[in-house]
Write a protein that binds this ligand. Sequence first.
Ligand code: GLU
Length: 375
Amino acid sequence: MSKAPALTAFRRIVVKVGSSLLVDHEAGSLKREWLTSLAADIASLHKDGRDILVVSSGAIALARATLKLPRGALKLEEAQAAAAIGQIALARSWSESLSAHGIAAGQVLLTLGDTEERRRYLNARSTVDKLLEWHSVPVINENDTVATTEIRYGDNDRLAARVATMMSADLLVLLSDIDGLYDKPPTPGSGAQLVPVVPRITPEIEAMAGASGSELSRGGMVTKIEAGKIATTAGTHMVIASGRVMNPLRAIIDGGPCTWFLTPANPVTARKKWIAGSLEPRGVLLVDAGAVRALQLGKSLLPAGVTKVEGTFSRGDAVIVRGPDGHEVARGLVAYDAEDAEKIKRRTSADVMLILGYTGRTEIIHRDDLVMGGG
Ligand code: GLU
């Protein structure tokens, strides 16, 4: 049987926290003591140089508790208004808990499109990248106040998986009120066994997930398995563990109950495979010999090295990069529309702002969005 990895072996970790862990519905308040213990775990992983991102639910549940809204489903506009009230308190609590450890928290509210549509995906990714570069901890939630049914995730398990793949995280931790996947519904006397490691999500694994969830969180085991599929396909490992204990990340490190979903890939190669293989190129950038050398050294493509722009593409589309002899050198996601790329080709990065009238990216293709070799 495959072995469970060590949590401390990962460099970029997304921690998803379910509503029922953070909100005490009876008391109508946030579970501060628990949040303090989680923040301490996050701080100790962060201190060792890891990137930590939090995806936190709880906005709607918190508002429900504060406003004493009746149980049961909320209408869309009620949920949106509740999120507006709850999110402020939620973000403040995260900010306070993390700042006690000298960590700045940055609130990021996303909708489905921000992680799916490529142009916006690039925007969200560079913002979150910057937060990580500043050693802050992004605290992410769905933008429930503006998200209508069509543009909603509706559950933060999948949002967290998308964030993990968007940011090429190597681990996604789902903390909820269940300690992992059981081989049958874990009702008393059922003799159900916790599955410690899932090497691959098969139909049998999906069948085990059943369809139950707790009252506060929308995500039952089914959405967790969905999240597992998104994550493991993109090269991100996932672990489901209970957040019903103090210091829940420490508990995983100490060998507490949990289920690991393993991926055979790694996030960088999975992303590069996606760029090289699955995306239809929309245009071509011809580059000079100096740019080819820079790319071969693993650098980004700068506007100065581009000699000709072909095709009609939008920012975020895949394009082919060809050398002076017309040979394909690389493929990548371009940071400018064709029209703007045309204007800034052969120009220095310093000129770009003057030409376009806005400060764009320095790179026309960032090295993380570039795959060498081509076909
Ligand atoms: N975004 C929702 C909130 O913060 C939670 C969705 C979920 O629990 O999956 O209230």
